[in-house]
Design a protein around this ligand. Structure first.
Ligand code: ADP
Ligand code: MG
Length: 359
């Protein structure tokens, strides 16, 4: 059981003749023992750099990394007991799956031969690799390679497990199964884990808590529900959720509403001073098509799907299109007139200038 703490962790890449890059700009984060933290953010925001610093594969520009209260930044990677599975698997092509698994173990501990065999069998069973222990990486599917990479990180019985985009090379069906397996294995073995992903759905379904990152800074840390239901700013609101949240510029009227246009007003969940420029955020599932009341709109497009349809509407006088989830039996045609209503208590409001939530 291990706690991991990052204190004001920073990384600046500087190379002669090139502008320096502030990849990680002061991260504070404490992982509870056995917790699976999803580190979620767009490509280039500093996720891999953060993992590489924790693993000891990259130097630290500032701050500290503590495992169970002790700083590890002075220790080389081999002395940190941190298991890492990278996006590109990094398997040794000439070795079989069993040899790939045994390799890390032998390199670390010069373990007894019988002991190694036993450990390989045990982990292979757990990660469902028993049938392919004698195969070589070239003959494996990407899903199998990804599982070998995971098994190789696990076999060392690490204190901390770091997974960098571990499901990125799988097709949709494989991803679903492997995701469930991964969650089961992580909970079974109880490793304190950081899972890096740019896929919000993966983070929402796997993580105990999510840290949303942008430009080297953590924007919000919370449970999947907290991140989804109470986004701290426009970036988090927009990055998490599919289809994406509607973000509508408006001006508070001081009377509990925001004006989106001369014709369209929406009720706000909290009082906002008159004249303040805001961005109103409404998730597609928190909007409903209603009879005659609500905001008048014109249908631009409708995709009827099995569980629920997706309608794209133009609110009268409003430029940005509005996406609404519709009931499964609803059929809409281009240019149909409809009315749409929002659930006020589920509506979000952000400051237009800072992007921060005003709730
Ligand atoms: N070795 C490096 N030298 C210089 N810049 C780098 C290096 N590795 C990453 N970067 C830059 O640091 C930023 C963060 O990269 P990275 O941590 O790989 O992001 P992510 O994993 O979130 O996609 C990016 O701007 C990237 O170009
Ligand atoms: Mg990366």
């Amino acid at each position: 059981m291990t706690e991991l703490e990052l204190r004001d962790l920073r990384k600046t890449y500087s190379a002669r003749g090139r502008p320096s890059v502030d990849a990680v700009r002061g991260i504070d984060l404490t992982l509870r023992s056995g917790e699976l933290l999803g580190l979620l953010g767009p490509s280039g925001c500093g996720k891999s750099t953060t993992l590489r610093m924790i693993a000891g594969l990259e130097t630290v520009t500032g701050g500290d990394i503590l495992v169970d209260g002790s700083s590890v930044i002075a220790r080389p990677a081999q002395q940190r007991n941190i298991g890492v599975a990278f996006e590109n698997y990094a398997l040794y092509p000439p070795l079989t799956v069993a040899e790939n698994l045994a390799f890390g173990l032998k390199a670390r501990r010069r373990a007894e031969r019988g002991d190694v065999d036993h450990k390989v069998k045990e982990i292979a069973e757990r990660v469902d690799l028993t049938a392919i222990l004698d195969a070589r990486p070239a003959g494996l599917s990407s899903g199998q390679k990804q599982r070998v990479s995971l098994a190789r990180a696990l076999i060392r019985e690490p204190d901390v497990l770091l997974l960098d985009e571990p499901l990125s090379h799988l097709d949709a069906a494989q991803r679903d199964t492997t995701r469930r397996e991964l969650k089961r294995i992580q909970k079974d073995l109880g490793h304190t884990t950081i899972l890096v992903t740019h896929d919000q759905e993966e983070a929402l379904s796997l993580a105990d808590r999510i840290a949303v990152m942008k430009d080297g800074v953590i924007q919000q840390l919370g449970t999947p529900y907290e991140i989804y239901d109470s986004p701290a700013n426009v970036f988090v609101a927009d990055f998490v959720g599919e289809p994406a949240i509607n973000l509508l510029p408006g001006v508070a009227d001081g009377d509990g509403h925001a004006r989106l246009s001369d014709a369209a007003r929406v009720a706000l969940p909290v009082p906002v001073p008159a004249g303040r420029e805001v961005v109103v955020g409404i998730r597609p599932e928190d909007l409903a098509l209603t009879g005659d009341d609500g905001l008048p709109a014109r249908v631009l497009a409708h995709e009827p799907l099995l569980e629920s349809g997706i309608a794209t509407l133009a609110l009268d006088g409003v430029e940005s299109p509005l996406v609404v989830l519709t009931d499964p039996d609803v059929r809409l045609a281009h240019d149909d007139r409809v009315h749409v209503t929002a659930e006020t208590h589920l509506t979000h409001v952000f400051d237009a200038e800072t992007g921060d939530s005003l709730r």
